[in-house]
Design a protein around this ligand. Structure first.
Ligand code: ADP
Length: 477
């Protein structure tokens, strides 16, 4: 069976609720109108009989019934009976009601042929003999259908239910329109793959003032924004990566062609081979960086998080990098010992390694690089400062983008990489719940600051030995 839409479900529930409510109201009306009708019929019956009693008298031993005697009016039958039960005048709807069981001054119920009747008798004692006046009227149960209230309710209730159902349907449909929009947009995106489509959620969208559904639509739109952004970034990444790989492949092919066609001796062949090898290494480095990057991004290589002595890691990287220094650049550090946090030691080492390598790469001949690590509040601050070529204000916001290289650095630094190093640094910092920023002045130098959250105090990780020197700082050059 086809499932009902939410709009129809709400309308159905609403209608059922209205039906139950109407039944209760209608029952109540019936009860009230029955009791008022019963009251009314009894009044009519006794009034009619009492007024007919006035129209009867004996004149010269003759029973006289005045013209004002009314045999039937407003559903009330009247008749006159002798003491022996014989009918003198008037009539009742059934012969069974025209005599027998006379009781003075009491309204009684009688059933004849399945129908209920109210009967009221009045005894008029005359010297000539007793005369009875009887009134008969159908019981209120049958009179109820005549009641104006009942008639009105019978007509008004179905109309009310109809109107309420139609109103409920329109209300539900309008309220649920954003859901319809959301599903249509999601379907359109799924069909066309066009992530630029957005849900039209109406007034209040995005302002936080809309109703729950408009806020839901706004949330979906923000999700589409992020998806589109990520999708475009992925596309750029693939195209940039292909572009980066194309250059060395072109060089390799050109060298091969040259070697085959023009190389005249061993020396030239070696020269071509050297160029090919250099490009091969470059490609290999790029592929390695790409793999490392995408694995980290897709979390296929889940970082090995554990309690890490960041101070030890940083010290190790600094000692190693000092040996690899270029352009006579000196490396110094100031590392607060015993700083621990939950981290992946290998990733943190790569992060710091990347920053120091950049400092060498974009540093000036005989320049200096300084690494600091300290705890500040609940944060762990790692900074790498150099006095190199610096980064222009225009380039600064873009250096974190994958494959981005500032124009100046391309010419200034011969060994510059692929523009993936800082994107990797940022990714590692964010993976650890941290942030990274850069301050730079062209020709004066750059400082990278990585802030990592929740440095672990030595006592909070159990019976570990407090680092020698406590918070004292070790300085090396
Ligand atoms: P690359 O592999 O090209 O160094 P990065 O992502 O590490 O890529 O850096 C991106 C760009 O940021 C570099 O091309 C360079 O222009 C700039 N940059 C990074 N570090 C420094 C630095 N220490 N001094 C000056 N410029 C830098």
């Amino acid at each position: 069976m086809k499932r009902l839409s939410i709009t129809l479900k709400i309308t159905l529930w609403f209608t059922i609720f209205m039906l139950i409510l109407s039944a209760i109201i209608f029952g109540f009306i019936a009860l009230v109108s029955e009791s008022t009708a019963d009251h009314r019929v009894r009044g009519l019956l006794t009034d009619r009989v009492e007024s007919n009693v006035q129209q009867i008298e004996y004149d010269d031993g003759e029973l006289e019934i005045e013209d004002e005697f009314v045999s039937y009016q407003h559903g009330v039958y009247s008749l006159v009976l002798y003491e022996n039960g014989q009918k003198a005048a008037g009539y009742a709807p059934y012969p069974e009601l025209e005599g027998g069981g006379l009781v003075d001054g009491q309204v009684r119920s009688l059933t004849v042929s399945g129908e209920g009747y109210l009967v009221y008798d009045r005894l008029i004692p005359f010297p000539e003999g007793n005369i009875w006046v009887r009134g008969v009227a159908p019981e209120s149960g049958s009179a109820i259908s005549d009641s104006a209230m009942y008639q009105a309710a019978l007509f008004a209730v179905p109309l009310l239910i109809l109107l309420a159902s139609a109103g409920g349907y329109l209300l539900a449909r309008n309220s649920l329109r954003p859901i319809q929009n959301i599903s249509e947009t999601a379907e359109a995106i799924g069909r066309s793959g066009d992530l630029s489509k957005r849900i039209a959620a109406g007034a209040g969208e995005g302002s936080g003032n809309g109703d729950e559904l408009q806020r839901l639509a706004a949330t979906f739109n923000r999700m589409f924004d992020r998806l589109e952004e990520n999708f475009q970034a992925e596309r750029r990444f693939t195209s940039d990566a292909s572009h980066e790989l194309r250059t060395p492949v072109t060089v390799i092919l050109a060298q091969c062609e040259y070697a085959f066609e023009n190389a005249s001796g061993e020396e030239e062949l070696y020269e071509a081979l050297g160029v090919i090898q250099k490009q091969g290494y470059r490609m290999s480095r790029l592929i390695e960086a790409l793999l490392r990057f995408t694995r980290l991004e897709q979390r296929t290589e889940s970082p090995e998080f554990g309690i890490v002595d960041v101070s030890e890691v940083a010290l190790g990287v600094c000692r190693e990098q000092r040996e690899l220094s270029e352009k006579n650049i000196s490396l110094s550090w100031e590392i607060q010992p015993g700083l621990r946090m939950k981290a992946d030691a290998a990733l943190l080492a790569q992060l710091l390694g990347n920053l120091i390598k950049n400092a060498y790469c974009y540093g000036k001949e005989g320049g200096s690089t300084h690494v600091t690590l300290q705890q500040q509040g609940g944060e762990l601050l790692l900074s790498v400062r150099d006095n190199g070529i610096g980064i222009s204000a225009e380039d600064l916001p873009h250096i974190w983008n994958r494959f981005y290289r500032a124009e100046k650095s391309r010419s200034a630094a011969a060994g510059a990489g692929f523009g993936l190093g800082l994107a990797f640094v940022r990714q590692v910092a964010e993976l650890h719940g941290g942030r990274v920023r850069a301050e730079s002045a062209p020709d004066r130098g750059t400082t990278f600051i990585v802030s990592l959250p929740g440095a672990w105090a030595p006592e909070s990780i159990g019976p570990q030995k407090t680092a020698e020197g406590g918070s004292s700082k070790s300085r090396m050059a």
